[in-house]
Design a protein. Structure first.
Lengths: 428, 999
């Protein structure tokens, strides 16, 4: 009898929480006060035993006790963080990377600045909920394909549809630079090689011509024939949008810096494997970097075995604004490890608070949303994570609460649900 | 003196009529014109062989063969005398590895995404496999090709063993002279050697698709050939096997492309009682001790790597120090062989520019090769290898008159080959050098008398005319016809004359237009070249050979030590649990004591204060340290393929993983077919060779796979059975049924390596680790195993193991899984990070593996995720990457925990071993510190300095006029299971799709 009741209870809870019945949270109504925890502000500052309140979706760091009819969360012994931001991902544009019919991130054509990732963003992707439960609350949804791939949008991860999700709409344009290096012998066809560097530069020149023409086109208000591609570049010229150039090698980044300079574009490098080699140049030009995931192999056999782990610290030291991403083919499924990637960077040279900033305030600055999020500062959106231990260490990170714009979000996901289902099967 | 006119006449006659044969089957369209081809080469310095030089000696040649050689020989009257005063005679060189007379192989290859070709396209009673062509007798396919022959004659070769270099079993090479004659006259030995390689060449058949497949195919061929001797009715006539057997008494030559590949070839030879002659690749010096232990004779190329243009430092960065070092050290290869006492011959094969051959030999001589050895390697050794020493190789009576006439000692930089005589016929090489105009002459022009001085060599003479003043004279020469011209106040005078070998004379026109006669009478010959015997300059300082030959190698391999780790937090994985403030003593490669206050005066002490010590991490599923393809995809059952055959002990990923605390790793075949191949457990004894990396005395395993990869879900053109999970079950059932039936066959059966391997599984002597994902297929293979009465030892990946954990427990299977990978393909949609925990809770022994060269460096942290997601205890989590994989690999009696008597495989961590903040400070294997973070920093500094030195040297070489090629990035493919992760860990995976393609 007892087992039967237990079983019924389990079934009931499953029914309630199954992925398809999980839903976005309604807007905050009651003031929330989180007290007793260690507040990691995101800008390097740490407040022990701090109190933070959320009202109308905004953060306030309290200096004294808060009285009144509020919802109280005792965070004693816990850690409070800004929500983690995942830049440069195709999350929601693909569900199963090996299965083409589930992929909507790679459009045909070379020059597609008018492409908008947001319209294909699937808020019901099964992956999204698994990220939130590790503290990832915002993401930059990036299209790929061709040389100019299109526009990215920053989304918050608790939404009914893509319109709800949009946090910073169409505010980035993405380019992928051709490789500017000779092919290794093993990658050549039948031994011979054309000059990939020359071909690459020629291709970049085509993009330069494209933007020169776009610039001229935009000088004039009316046109006999409208060019949607040119129209889409307007935000780059007025600097309301950022140009993200996806590349890794020194030559590619040097060309990108001058490319952006010619048109006075705001530039961010995405990938940036070798960015540490020209960190001073990037810093001097105010070029930020979205670093390929640190859990990567060194670029060459001769590189230090821990080079990818310490690149972040080298950029930090040189004063380069940087963040990290998961941009591998299956990277979108791995974004929940972003805090641990930051942890690794801390093991290899960053302070823990610098490492935290690398996945919170830094990406907020880079993505142009630092006025609204990225740190636990007064007036910012209440995008907040509470963890029982160090969020950057898998040994201790257990997220107990998360808020997006003040809404307490459901931390369940497909995995916890399957876990429960089989705990039930095995009577655990 | 030498009679100039006669010499030219002799040459011209020789070119049209062979001295070879008095009688022949071919009719002549002329009246009979028999020749004796009788020559006496007199007054020569004759180098009979590498050890014997005769001065002022005579060589008698008759009808293509050497009649006699010696000093004070009587000269037969009917012999044409060729005075070789000042000349040297050498045996013509022999190239034991050539493709002269054959076209380069064309076409071939197969693509992963195209339909499979299961059987050979070669029609006729031949082997099932297109790459096995023992039936080829290259004597039947050979065509004289004089333009190629000319190139070889130019660099001193008189005969070659030749075959078309295509396929694994290539048939027999043919030994031919380089004479311009009908094929029947130049073939000196019809079957010179049986030829082998690992490269299937132009075969379009899928099998084999990997190096380990090639090796398996070779092995099976030996067994099949042996079986064929019993004339099995089932096989009928198989000309390939018939020829294979017939050729077995010939020299067996194996082409290799790397030092390790040479060792692999020798090992196969050892298995079948064959001592191969190994065609090497040029990097054997990097492992000369192992090379010597093969006891093989080598045929070595002399194609040194070309320098690169490293002006751009960002390009130079991508050229590994190992490649730079090889550029510097390649010329030491032959010297290393000589010093080690390994017999070798030289081949011109592989040279891009044949004319650089002698220059390269001279270069090798600057780096330790002696003149005597060089000559032996070009004459006697290849003759012995090919068993044609009775015909060629020395200048002894009865052998073919294959010899070189040179202007001086052959390896002297200034010497030239004047003529190359082959089968008693002369082939001009640099015949202008027969006689030199150099000397002093009394010059009479009209009535004037002057002195004429000619210095230098043919083609580059420097001429002066001396009377009151010294006047420069221009000289041009076409054989015996000579033109001189000079300019004085009056203008330009031009002389034309003929040279009789000593004096020159003729007519000319002075600047005034007046015709005059002139003559130049030689009064003195040019002084002998005093630099002839000059020793080559000592070479510059060169870098060390390091072990392994990578940036992170050392001149001497790290040695086992007695080590005392003091006052650490020790995670024993035993009942004693985690011990604070504890010492561990490592001695003789074992853990000898665990406790407090341990002492050993001889020990190196590691202060463990604040540190954690665990057993070395063991990775149940990895693909590093193997080469030539990790998948033998060509058939659904390839149990005969063996990872053990293709270990690459120099994979830098081994060192990288040591930095993450990995001490042992199970290297698996990939997952592109149902029954993949035999696995190999390694210990990461960085610096040692492939055999020494193998984990000794372990139970052998084999990789199986199920699901999307084996049914080729990513190949829309798949025609390989199976295409569904239903078919996979049939493949398994069929394989084991065949194995059982095979077992019942009586004596004299064909030994089938595939079925032998499957029988080992049925007889519980080999154990399975099976790539599997979804619950249906897991359940399926457990049922197949139950039916055949064995246990599936390990289910690897096993991402839905949590759904059938009770069944796994009941069957007795272990589970080896990922921490949190999911959703990148359909069969991992239900993967959850609580999987390991749920399996463990059901009593399954669970490991966390990497299957990823990068993630293997963080397996301790991957294990920690079970603490996070499911609340597993920390000790249990650590066991998932130490003791549990040791158990599932049947080696827990030696590794996996910190226990007295176990192997000293331990890691000293900077922090709690499950923490993201933990780094390995020392990784110790068998009591040898194979990774040390402080040492690593020093190695990196040394690497930078060595690289800078080499880059500067290469830039210097470029500045010095050496031809360069563009900087070419070094590259190593990361082995992947197959379409498993879609996760780019390496730079090249990241940027390969960014190259601009023009085709």
């Amino acid at each position: 009898m007892k087992t039967k009741i237990f079983a019924l209870l389990m079934l009931a809870s499953l029914g309630l929480n199954a992925q398809e019945t999980m839903h976005p949270s309604p807007a905050q109504t009651k003031k929330i006060v989180i007290s007793g925890g260690t507040l990691h502000i995101g800008n390097g500052q740490v407040i022990e035993n701090g109190t933070l309140s959320i009202e109308k979706g905004k953060i306030k760091i309290e200096t004294g006790a808060v009285s009144g009819d509020v919802e109280r969360i005792d965070a004693t012994g816990k850690h409070v963080y800004p929500g983690v931001i995942a830049p440069n991902t195709n999350l929601g544009l693909v569900e199963v990377s090996s299965t083409k019919s589930t992929a909507d991130f790679d459009e045909l054509g070379e020059m597609n600045p008018s492409i908008r990732s947001i319209v294909a963003y699937n808020t019901d992707s099964k992956v999204i909920n698994t990220l939130r439960s590790n503290g990832v609350l915002l993401a930059q949804i990036v299209p790929q394909g061709g040389m100019i791939s299109g526009m990215s949008t920053v989304v918050q991860l608790d939404a009914w549809n893509w319109e709800d999700a949009a946090y910073a709409l169409d505010n980035g344009v993405h380019m992928t630079f051709p490789a500017l290096i000779n092919r290794p012998m093993q990658m050549r066809r039948r031994g011979a090689d054309s000059d990939p560097v020359k071909l690459g530069l020629d291709k970049i020149e085509q993009a330069r011509v494209f933007f020169r023409e776009a610039k001229a086109y935009l000088q004039e208000k009316t046109h006999a024939a409208t060019n949607l591609k040119f129209e889409a570049t307007r935000g780059l010229f007025d600097r309301s949008k950022t140009l993200y150039v996806h590349c890794d090698l020194v030559k590619e980044m040097l060309v990108a810096v001058d490319f952006a300079k010619e048109f006075n574009f705001k530039l961010v490098i995405a990938g940036g494997t070798d960015s540490y080699m020209i960190a001073d140049i990037l810093a001097a030009n105010n070029v930020a970097v979205i670093l390929h995931e640190p859990h990567a192999l060194p670029a060459t056999d001769d590189d230090a075995v821990d080079q990818p782990y310490k690149t972040g610290a080298q950029l930090q030291k040189a004063g380069v604004l940087f963040t990290i991403c998961q941009d591998s083919g299956d990277g979108y499924t791995q974004i929940r490890n972003l805090p641990f990637l930051a942890g690794t960077m801390s093991t290899y040279g960053l302070t823990k608070e610098e490492a935290l900033a690398a996945i919170t305030l830094n990406p907020a600055k880079i993505l142009g949303i630092a006025d609204r999020t990225g740190s636990l500062e007064n007036g910012k959106d209440a995008n907040i994570v509470i963890s029982t231990g160090d969020l950057l260490d898998m040994k201790s990170s257990i997220v107990t609460h998360a808020f997006i714009q003040g809404r307490a979000i459901n931390l369940d996901n497909k995995h916890t649900q399957l876990f429960n289902r089989y705990k039930y099967k095995y009577g655990l | 003196m030498y009679n100039f006119t006669l010499r030219w006449l002799a040459f011209i006659l020789l070119c049209v009529t062979s001295p070879l044969i008095a009688q022949q089957t071919y009719p002549a369209n002329d009246i009979a014109n028999p020749r004796s081809g009788y020559y006496a080469f007199t007054n020569a310095t004759i180098v009979k062989d590498a050890k014997t030089t005769l001065t002022n000696a005579t060589l008698l040649v008759k009808q293509g063969k050497i009649e006699a050689v010696g000093t004070n020989l009587p000269i037969p009257k009917e012999a044409v005398i060729i005075n070789c005063q000042g000349k040297y005679l050498y045996p013509s060189f022999i190239d034991a590895y050539s493709d002269y007379g054959f076209d380069a192989p064309q076409g071939g290859g197969s693509s992963y995404r195209s339909p499979s070709q299961m059987i050979s396209k070669t029609q006729g009673p031949y082997s099932w496999n297109q790459a096995l062509k023992s039936e080829l007798s290259h004597a039947k396919l050979f065509n004289v090709d004089d333009s190629k022959a000319k190139d070889l004659r130019k660099i001193g070769f008189g005969s070659v063993a030749s075959h078309q270099m295509d396929g694994i079993s290539r048939g027999t090479s043919v030994f031919v002279s380089l004479a311009k004659e009908k094929e029947n006259l130049v073939i000196l030995k019809e079957h010179a050697a049986a030829q082998f390689s690992f490269d299937k060449g132009t075969s379009t058949q899928d099998y084999p698709s990997s190096l380990m497949g090639s090796i398996a195919l070779l092995r099976q061929q030996y067994l099949d050939a042996n079986w064929y001797k019993t004339k099995p009715v089932q096989e009928g006539l198989n000309l390939s096997l018939q020829s294979f057997n017939a050729n077995s008494s010939l020299p067996q030559i194996f082409e290799t492309n790397d030092k390790w590949s040479a060792l692999r070839a020798d090992k196969i030879g050892d298995e079948f009682g064959v001592q191969y002659i190994i065609k090497g690749s040029g990097n054997e010096y990097q492992r000369i001790d192992e090379i010597k232990s093969t006891k093989a004779t080598f045929i070595l190329p002399i194609n040194f790597p070309q320098a690169m243009d490293l002006e751009d430092p960002t390009d130079a960065r991508f050229v590994n120090v190992a490649d730079l070092k090889h550029w510097e050290l390649a010329p030491t290869n032959l010297g290393a062989f000589e010093k080690a006492g390994i017999a070798f011959a030289l081949t011109s094969n592989g040279l891009k520019d044949q004319s650089s051959f002698l220059a390269n030999v001279r270069k090798a001589m600057q780096y330790g090769l002696t003149e005597q050895k060089a000559l032996e390697a070009l004459t006697q050794t290849p003759a012995q290898i090919l068993q044609v020493a009775d015909q060629v190789g020395t200048l002894d009576a009865g052998k073919w008159a294959n010899f070189l006439i040179t202007s001086g000692p052959i390896f002297n930089e200034k010497s030239v080959i004047i003529e190359n005589w082959i089968q008693g016929a002369s082939y001009a090489v640099q015949s202008d050098n027969w006689n030199t105009l150099a000397g002093t002459y009394r010059l009479q022009i009209g009535k004037e008398e002057k002195s004429l001085v000619i210095k230098g060599n043919p083609g580059s003479y420097k001429v002066t005319m001396i009377a009151k003043d010294t006047t420069q004279v221009d000289l041009s020469q076409k054989e015996s016809l000579v033109n001189l011209s000079f300019t004085n106040k009056a203008g330009k005078s031009r002389l034309s004359g003929n040279w009789n070998g000593t004096d020159i004379g003729g007519t000319g026109q002075l600047a005034t237009g007046e015709w005059i006669s002139w003559k130049a009478v030689r009064t003195a010959a040019a002084a002998a070249d005093s630099s002839a015997k000059a020793k080559p300059a000592k070479p510059e300082v060169i870098g060390d050979v390091v072990f392994p030959f990578t940036g992170f190698g050392k001149k001497t391999i790290a040695k086992q030590e007695t080590i005392l780790i003091k006052n650490a937090t020790v995670w024993t994985n035993e009942k004693s649990g985690v011990l604070a403030g504890t010492d561990i003593l490592l001695k003789g490669g074992k853990i000898t004591a665990i406790g407090k206050g341990l002492k050993d005066a001889s020990a190196r002490v590691i202060d463990g204060t604040g540190k954690h010590v665990t057993a070395g991490i063991i990775d149940e599923h990895s693909h590093v340290g193997a080469t030539g393809g990790i998948n033998e995809c060509s058939q659904s059952v390839t149990a005969e393929a063996r990872i053990a055959d293709v270990i690459d002990p120099e994979d830098v990923d081994i060192y990288r993983q040591l930095s993450g605390g990995v001490t042992a790793s199970h290297i698996l075949h990939g997952s592109c077919n149902t029954i993949g191949g035999q696995t190999q457990l390694l210990k990461f004894r960085w610096g040692k060779n492939a055999e020494d990396l193998k984990f000794g005395n372990w139970d052998p395993f084999i990789k199986f796979a199920l699901g999307e990869n084996v049914k080729r879900s990513y190949n829309t053109a798949n025609n390989r059975f199976p295409d569904t999970r239903m078919g996979v079950e049939q493949v398994l059932t069929d394989a084991f049924t065949r194995a059982r039936d095979y077992e019942k066959l009586g004596p004299g059966k064909r030994i089938d390596l595939e079925l032998e391997t499957l029988l080992e599984i049925l007889n519980k002597k080999r154990f399975i680790t099976c790539h599997s994902y979804v619950q249906s297929e897991i359940n399926q293979i457990l049922k197949v195993a139950d039916k055949f009465g064995f246990t599936v030892n390990t289910l690897t990946h096993i991402l839905e193991g949590y759904k059938v954990a009770d069944k796994m427990k009941a069957h007795g299977a272990n589970g080896s899984t990922f921490a949190d990978w999911w959703n990148y393909k359909m069969e991992v949609l239900d993967a959850i990070p609580q999987n390991a925990y749920l399996m463990q809770k059901n009593g399954v022994n669970v490991a966390i593996n990497s299957d990823d060269a990068e993630m293997a460096r963080r397996l301790n942290q991957e294990a920690a995720k079970s603490v996070k997601y499911a609340g597993m205890s920390e000790e249990d989590a650590l066991k998932m990457v130490t003791l549990n994989p040791a158990k599932m690999l049947h080696v827990a009696d030696r590794v996996g925990s910190i226990k007295e008597g176990k192997d000293a495989d331990v890691v000293v961590w900077s922090a709690h071993p499950l923490s993201i903040y933990a780094k390995s400070e020392q990784t110790i294997v068998d009591g040898t510190v194979v990774f040390d973070r402080v040492e690593d920093a020093k190695l990196q500094e040394a690497l930078k300095a060595e690289k800078q030195r080499l880059v500067m040297k290469m830039l210097g070489a470029k500045k010095g006029g050496m031809a360069t090629r563009p900087a070419t990035p070094s590259y190593k493919a990361e082995n992947m299971c197959e379409e498993d992760h879609n996760h780019e860990r390496s730079l090249w995976e990241r940027i390969s799709h960014r190259f601009v393609n023009i085709d």
